[in-house]
Write a protein that binds this ligand. Structure first.
Ligand code: UGA
Length: 392
């Protein structure tokens, strides 16, 4: 991406239409376009580890990659400057925004198991810690590309006057969260409030921004495997991979009837790069990035993942699917979205982007990566007996 510049006017051949005398034209000499400096906050996480290598391939671009750990990010990337720091470190955001042209913010505690168990940390990570970033980007006229979440739509898609609708649309769908004691929605509420802060800075203080709402992006290096590189319950793909690697049952919360629309991480990163290349179209916009064709139940995801796993480990005992209540699995205060389907028209119009990968195509490379990365490190118990997949 290069900053959009208009060319200097050509003055010497122009004459006044009335007198024919040469026109005095004041030419504004604009600085030569220069390659962008891009800061990525949360560069060492799942999305960051896929995004940063692609950004670093933009001709001439420099990337400031900021995170507290870089375990997932490939080493030795050219023109990537690793800054090991927390966003809350004094002076860090000041330093980053002083020199970046574009700031891409990816940081959050985006794991549903935390929303009702560590809600205050979730709110700080998604809102409190990021308000200073928004202010600095506005003051310094940096383009803020902020990753929000499809969770802001809440429990289901509703029109603005509260009638059910099918798709979640950036500019038309109401945001429908549960009651306060349903702490699941702490994350969505914090993310929504930050979107409103960003919007207000855009409307009233000239902030150049793009807000992205990702819909269930999956891929290699997602979250963590409990007991290996993290503790607790990761998001569903990693939770199922852990179960498969450890020879445990795949747990279907509430029977697994809830549905999600899954998008492969490489296609998501393609879309982010298109945003970076299209400032005129994308600034001031809120944008869904998802794949409406991969709208499946969690039970269907489990079955597909079992199939992909057994294709690569044909000797493994048949994994079992087991239903558990949400209260047992996540504890009190959990709630859920029954179905999330993104409206795709805006992303298609602004980015000329349409994701193509089906679940059947994206799962084999994900399984292969988890096997490579974790298989020898997961202490699996041999499965006592085989059973039928799908039996809760
Ligand atoms: C999460 C985050 O809250 C969002 O920030 C994020 O935008 C979204 O993922 C995403 O990845 O884009 P959610 O889809 O509910 O939201 O998270 P998952 O943990 O992936 O759960 C998906 C569904 O699977 C939920 O209904 C959950 O109850 C279920 N689940 C999860 C299981 O049935 N079994 C498990 O072992 C784990």
């Amino acid at each position: 991406m290069r900053p959009k510049l208009s060319l200097p006017a050509v003055a010497d051949k122009q004459r006044s239409p009335r007198s024919g005398a040469p026109l005095r034209v004041y030419v504004t000499r604009l600085p030569a376009p220069r390659p962008p400096r891009i800061a990525v906050l949360g560069a060492g996480g799942f999305i960051g580890s896929h995004l940063v290598p692609r950004l670093a391939r933009i001709p001439g671009a420099t990337v400031d990659a900021v995170d507290i750990t870089f375990d997932k990010l490939a080493p030795g990337l050219p023109r990537v400057n690793r800054i090991q720091a927390s966003l809350t470190d004094p002076g860090l955001l000041d330093q980053i925004t002083a020199r970046a042209d574009i700031v891409i913010s990816l940081t959050a505690l985006c794991n549903p198991a935390l929303y009702n168990t560590r809600p205050l940390e979730v709110i700080d990570a998604s809102y409190t810690d990021l308000v200073p970033l928004v202010k600095l980007c506005a003051e310094r006229q940096r383009w803020l590309i902020h990753l929000s979440t499809c969770e802001v739509y809440g429990r289901r898609a509703l029109t603005v006057d509260g009638r059910p609708s099918r798709r979640m649309d950036e500019d038309r769908t109401a945001l429908f969260l549960g009651p306060i004691h349903r702490e699941r929605w702490t994350y969505a509420a914090a993310k929504q409030l930050l979107e409103r802060v960003i919007w207000a800075y855009g409307q009233h203080h000239g902030l150049r921004f793009t807000v992205v709402r990702p819909f269930n992006v999956i891929g290699p290096r997602m979250d963590f495997i409990p007991g290996v590189d993290g503790e607790g319950i990761p998001r569903v793909l990693a939770a199922f991979m852990h179960a498969l690697l450890a020879g445990e049952d795949l747990v279907l919360v509430g029977g697994g009837r809830q549905r999600r629309s899954f998008l492969y991480v490489d296609e998501f990163v393609d879309a982010l790069l298109r945003i970076v290349e299209r400032p005129e179209r994308c600034q001031g916009q809120i944008l869904n990035l998802g794949n409406d064709r991969n709208n499946v139940s969690i039970r269907a995801l489990a079955r597909a993942l079992v199939g992909a796993f057994r294709a690569q480990r044909p000797d493994c005992a048949l994994p079992r699917l087991r239903s558990q209540s949400a209260a047992q699995f996540y504890g009190p205060g959990y709630d859920d979205s029954a179905v999330r389907i993104p409206a795709m028209t805006k992303a298609r119009r602004l980015l000329d982007w349409r994701p193509r990968l089906t679940l059947a195509e994206m799962l084999p490379p994900i399984v292969a990566d988890y096997l490579l990365r974790y298989e020898s490190r997961v202490a699996g118990e041999p499965r006592a007996h085989a059973a039928t997949p799908g039996a809760p």
